[in-house]
Write a protein that binds this ligand. Sequence first.
Ligand code: FES
Length: 279
Amino acid sequence: MTKIEQNAKLDRIGDRLQRAVQGTLRGQRVRDLLHGVWLGHPLHPAMVQVPVGAWISAAVLDLLPGQRRAATTLVALGTAGAVPAAVAGLNDWAALARDQRRVGLVHAASNTVGLALYAGSLAARLSGRHGTGRALAYLGLSAASMGAYIGGHLAYKQGAQVSQSISELHLMSDRWQTVAELATLPQRELVTREVDEVSVILYRHGDDVTVMLERCPHQSGPLGEGEVREIDGHACVVCPWHGSTFRLNGGEVVHGPSANDQQILPTRVVDGVLQTKLP
Ligand code: FES
């Protein structure tokens, strides 16, 4: 897996595919929908439940007598469900870092082989060649399982579409800590401070101050260098790296590629001093 991460030869095809995906999925709404912004959670891993569940269930039914029709139905369901899951995955993939895109490319290639084998299996079953259909389905399951293994590496080792900011909370102690004198904070401007060596951004609106983790949940971009923009009546911070946008009054993600909200910290003002602590 490390060799795949470091294999620059994959970039030629990866860069072309990235341009093709970005050129095809242009609309912000479509991209946000596929990232899972509306869900507050990446959509791709949720969508793959359909093909994974259907194909594994079909593999079990293929071992039992009298289950041809049910197995064929599940193969059809999994094959149809794999297509939108793949589109959502490609949309996430196009906004990943280069080493993640290399692994993601191999993940996508394995799953494409799996999908093609299942499409062949479905065609064989529908034409009455159930033995061939079963064999192709088991080959497809092997390819899709390899794809799932690589996808696990991409998510859990490389952190693709996993919130990059939330682990910062583990560095903070659970007590109220001084952040700034309220009177020194400018109105409606981002200010960066450190709490227990964790970088946070402050945004004052009247006497209300938002304290938010600075590290962008998408790829650790510096939100403190981002732009403040009004969206649907809410002040939002836009990440300077890939444009993920978060509400400053709650941390909800408004635009991807991040599908995760940003963490807001509780605040209080004591004798004119702004304090914050762990949520
Ligand atoms: S790091 Fe990618 S949007 Fe912030």
